[in-house]
Design a protein around this ligand. Structure first.
Ligand SMILES: [Zn+2]
Length: 278
């Protein structure tokens, strides 16, 4: 299985010379199996770059099929949706799967994003591609193509997000973004289960430990939370993810050094770039 980060930034996109190496786009991560199955997690602004990549393939001819998992519907995770070019090509088939937000439906929430107040698209029904919006309950397990997917609700400020454990090609990727535990060293039972024995743990690392003291309660983790979970759950490798918009390339480099000094496994900062072997 391969993974490619198309967007690694949290909260809002950044641009400028201080953000070039890790990238400024918000969350979007692609997984590809040896057999060619594809899966995208989240439709942040990184998905618009991925869309251009897809348009050079069967998606440009209206023959593409893509499943998309949404962790939750905060703007940084769906802002690429109205600009995802394969939606505009008749014949493409795109499944969007996610949990219903509290008090709403997934379809209704995404439909609101395309309302005329926010977008000239004026509704999901105006997308030329075949688009299905499929809700699941956190805790659901299902298969898509070569991927076996386990989901779980994780605490995210006043709400929750969905974490994923994705198995394919004999490897496991755990995706735990936008999560804040009761304390950084007290991951929830669900988080531990998703990360157990993962070959790659992609974890929220929005804050350095000092900044976290000021940001507690907003639903994100200090770097040490991922470091602790990787060790406790026996993950083989840790990717720091959902970088703060304030985190320049130099600041992220310092986070990695700090994390690596405490970690039991290799640590790196997720960055927009090439396909990585899991
Ligand atoms: Zn986020």
């Amino acid at each position: 299985m391969k993974v490619r980060f198309w967007g690694v930034r949290g909260s809002f996109a950044m641009c400028g010379k201080d953000f070039l190496r890790h990238g400024g786009n918000t969350t979007s991560v692609e997984l590809v199996t040896d057999g060619g199955s594809r899966l995208l997690i989240d439709l942040g602004t990184g998905a618009t770059v991925y869309a251009k990549h897809l348009m050079a393939s069967e998606f440009g001819r209206g023959e593409g099929q893509l499943p998309v998992l949404l962790s939750h519907t905060h703007l940084d995770h769906i802002q690429g949706l109205p600009f995802f070019t394969p939606f505009f090509i008749k014949g493409n088939q795109i499944r969007i799967l996610g949990a219903d937000p509290a008090g709403s439906s997934l379809k209704g929430t995404l439909q609101n994003q395309l309302a005329p107040h926010y977008s000239p698209l004026n509704g999901l029904e105006n997308l030329a591609a075949g688009v299905s919006i499929e809700s699941f309950l956190p805790g659901a397990e299902f298969a898509i193509g070569d991927f076996e997917i386990t989901t779980a609700a994780l605490p995210h400020g006043t709400m929750w997000t969905t974490g994923f454990r994705i198995k394919a090609d004999g490897k496991i990727v755990a995706f735990l973004s936008d999560v804040e535990y009761p304390a950084p060293h007290r991951p929830t039972r669900e988080a531990f289960a998703l990360a157990a024995g993962a070959d790659l743990l992609i974890h929220d690392a929005m804050h350095d430990d000092d900044a976290y003291a000021m940001a507690r309660g907003w639903g994100h983790s200090p770097v040490s939370a991922g470091v602790h979970l990787a060790r406790a759950a026996g993950a083989a490798k840790l990717a720091l993810f959902h970088h703060s918009p304030d985190a320049t390339d130099a600041a992220i480099d310092r986070l990695v050094v700090t994390a690596a000094a405490r970690a039991s496994v290799p640590v790196f900062a997720a960055a927009e770039g090439a396909y990585l072997d899991v």
